[in-house]
Design a protein around this ligand. Structure first.
Ligand code: ZN
Length: 276
């Protein structure tokens, strides 16, 4: 694929500041940036917005909102407030979409977590609506079901967004999390047919990962069959950017310009948006 159709998540180059991310992605020819909230703490958001614009980068998504669950009403209310802050940040940065990692609280059963997530999304939707910001529910791999997300598959995410039926609510597909689903192809088509496929994230799943969170691979390094899923997503008609989201202590330890070159090479077998 051509790099102008690729977005890099700032967490992918975690050692860099937001300014270094913007300059670096543009320098390497990437077309977009997804901003992690960690990267803009204490930053002047209008400056960041202008800098992204001047660098010619598409601001694809703000990462992340969600974490709606909690074992007390106070905790769940605090989560709503945090999501409202995320919506305000996205608006200030001119970013049209927020990725939701929906949450799971240890000690609660999955169906209770799921219900709290639905209630949380319901509460923030009016604020997203007022700001015109889309919300993309990202299902996480079931190994995170106990403490990060009770939404664990494309099927879960599709069920949730279908039931809620709001035009600003869709799904972010990350190959790391959903590659294992037997009916993934059907779930991708289901999602796209309902105009609810909002985002496509790539990296790879290494079966012998050294860390449950921080040892993700470049596309092609693992077992997620990234080129196959990419083919399914593109042939369904998804026209958005391919977003590169790699958490890796191994790659963060290297020169980040060299890492971006490796990323560029790893994206070559993937398709561009539209028919190519
Ligand atoms: Zn992701």
């Amino acid at each position: 694929m051509e790099l102008q159709h690729a977005t890099i998540h700032t967490f992918t180059t975690r050692p860099w500041s937001i300014d270094q991310c913007i300059e670096g992605y543009a320098r390497h020819g990437f077309g977009g940036i997804s901003v992690w909230r960690e990267h803009i703490v204490g930053e002047d958001l209008s400056h960041v917005k202008k800098k992204m614009h001047d660098a010619g980068l598409q601001a694809t998504s703000l990462v992340r909102g969600g974490f709606f669950t909690g074992d007390t009403a106070e905790k769940r209310k605090a989560a709503i407030e945090e999501n409202k802050r995320a919506i305000a940040e996205a608006e200030a940065l001119g970013i049209p979409m927020i990725v939701l990692v929906c949450g799971a609280t240890p000690g609660q059963i999955p169906s209770d977590n799921f219900l709290q997530i639905e209630n949380g999304i319901e509460e923030i939707l009016p604020f997203a609506e007022a700001a015109g910001i889309r919300l993309a529910v990202e299902p996480l791999h079931p190994m995170y079901a106990g403490d990060r997300s009770a939404v664990c598959s494309m099927k879960d995410a599709n069920d949730l967004v279908e039931r809620m039926g709001h035009p600003l609510l869709g799904v972010a597909l990350d190959v790391f999390h959903v590659w294992w689903e037997l009916n993934l192809y059907e779930e991708i088509e289901r999602c796209f047919d309902e105009s609810r496929l909002f985002a496509f994230h790539v990296c790879d799943f290494k079966p012998e990962m050294s860390h449950v969170l921080l040892d993700r691979g470049l596309p092609g390094e693992g077992v997620a069959n990234v080129t196959v899923i990419d083919e399914w997503v593109r042939s369904a008609g998804f026209a958005g950017h391919t977003e590169v989201e790699i958490f890796s202590e191994k790659y963060w330890a290297m020169d980040q310009d060299e890492f971006l070159k490796k990323i560029a090479t790893s994206l070559r077998p993937l398709r561009n948006p539209a028919v190519d």
